[in-house]
Design a protein around this ligand. Structure first.
Ligand code: DAK
Length: 257
C-alpha cells in the first residue's frame, strides 16, 4: 500500500510510523486511519513500533473535524469502527508499541496514544479529550482506556470539561511514562524500544498479552493464565538461551523460537 498520510521508517528491529498531515495538525481522517491500520499490521513482526506525528506542534490533534462535520449517524459509526480497529490492533500485536507524543494529543490522537503500551511526551505536549465541546463523546475508546489508566475521577474531569492538560500534569496522573525535552523525545523512545528489542521476543509478546487480557479478568483466572504462559515458555529455545547466557555471563542471542 502506498501511503499518502503517514510514513514508515524501519531502523533494524524498530518501525517508526509518523502521521504526516502537519497542515491539519496530523488530524485523523478515514484514509489516515486505514493507512495506520495497514502499517501497524505490516510491522507487527518488528520488535517495537513507535508512533509519532510530523512537525513540532502535534502528535495528532484528533479525528478530522472537517471530515466528521457532514457525517450521518451511520457514517459516524463506520468512522468510529476504523478507530477501534487500529487501537485494538495496537493492543493485540505481539510487538511493543510506544507513542512519542510530540505536541497536541487530542481526541482521537490521545485515544491512539492510550492504546499504545507506553507513552512518552515532550515538554510542550498538551493532552485532552475535547469531544464534548464538539457535541460528541470520544469515539475511539477514550471513555474506556483513559479510565483504566488514570481512574474514573481524573478521566471524567478530562472528558466532561474537555480541557487539555500539560505534559507535567499528565505525568503526575500516570497518563505518560516520562516527559522529555522536544529534541530528546524520539531518541528516548528509540532507546526504550531498542532495550525491549534485546529481550526475549516470545516473553515480551506473552507479557504484553497477559497484561492486556488479564486486566479485565478475575485475579485468580489471570494468575492461572500467567502460570501457564510461564510454563509454556520453558519449552522454548529463547528460555534455554536466556538462562544459559546468564550462567555463562554473556548477553543472550534470542531467536524468537
Ligand atoms: N481536524 C481538522 N483540522 C484540524 C484539527 C482537527 N482535529 N485540528 C486542527 N486542525 C487544523 C485547523 O483547522 C487549522 O487548519 P487551517 O485553518 O490552517 O486550514 C490547522 O489545523 C492549524 O490549527 P489551528 O490554526 O487551530 O492551530 P492553533 O495552534 O491555533 O490551535 C489546537 C491548535 C489543537 C488547539 C486547535 O487546532 C484545535 O482545537 N483543534 C481541534 C482539536 C480537537 O477538538 N480535537 C478533537 C477532535 S474530535 C466518534 C468518532 C470519533 C471521535 C468522536 C466520536 N464517533 C463516531 C462517535 C473523535 C473525535 C475527535 O477526535
Amino acid at each position: 500500500m502506498a501511503y499518502q498520510n503517514i510514513y514508515v521508517d524501519r531502523e533494524g528491529p524498530l518501525a517508526i510510523i509518523t502521521v504526516n498531515r502537519p497542515k491539519s495538525l496530523n488530524a485523523l481522517n478515514s484514509q489516515t486511519l486505514r493507512e495506520l491500520t495497514q502499517a501497524v499490521r505490516d510491522n507487527a513482526d518488528q520488535r517495537a513500533l513507535i508512533l509519532t506525528g510530523a512537525g513540532d506542534k502535534a502528535f495528532v490533534a484528533g479525528a478530522d473535524i472537517s471530515e466528521m462535520a457532514p457525517m450521518t449517524p451511520w457514517s459516524a459509526r463506520e468512522f468510529s469502527e476504523l478507530g477501534h480497529v487500529v487501537t485494538a490492533l495496537l493492543e493485540d500485536i505481539p510487538c511493543a508499541t510506544i507513542a512519542a507524543v510530540n505536541g497536541y494529543a487530542l481526541g482521537g490522537g490521545l485515544e491512539l496514544a492510550v492504546a499504545c503500551d507506553m507513552i512518552f511526551a515532550s515538554e510542550n505536549a498538551r493532552l485532552g479529550l475535547p469531544e464534548v465541546s464538539l457535541g460528541v463523546t470520544p469515539g475511539f475508546g477514550g471513555t474506556q482506556r483513559l479510565v483504566r489508566l488514570v481512574g474514573k475521577l481524573r478521566a471524567k474531569e478530562m472528558i466532561f470539561t474537555a480541557e487539555m492538560i500539560d505534559a507535567r500534569t499528565a505525568l503526575d496522573i500516570g497518563l505518560v511514562n516520562a516527559v522529555l525535552p522536544p529534541d530528546r523525545l524520539l531518541a528516548h523512545c528509540k532507546q526504550v524500544a531498542e532495550k525491549i528489542a534485546t529481550r526475549g521476543p516470545l516473553a515480551v509478546a506473552r507479557a504484553k498479552r497477559l497484561v492486556e487480557r488479564g486486566y479485565d479478568m478475575p485475579l485468580r483466572a489471570a494468575n492461572r493464565q500467567e502460570a501457564e504462559s510461564f510454563a509454556l515458555l520453558f519449552d522454548t529455545e529463547d528460555r534455554r538461551e536466556g538462562m544459559r547466557a546468564f550462567i555463562e555471563k554473556r548477553s543472550p542471542r534470542f531467536t524468537g523460537k
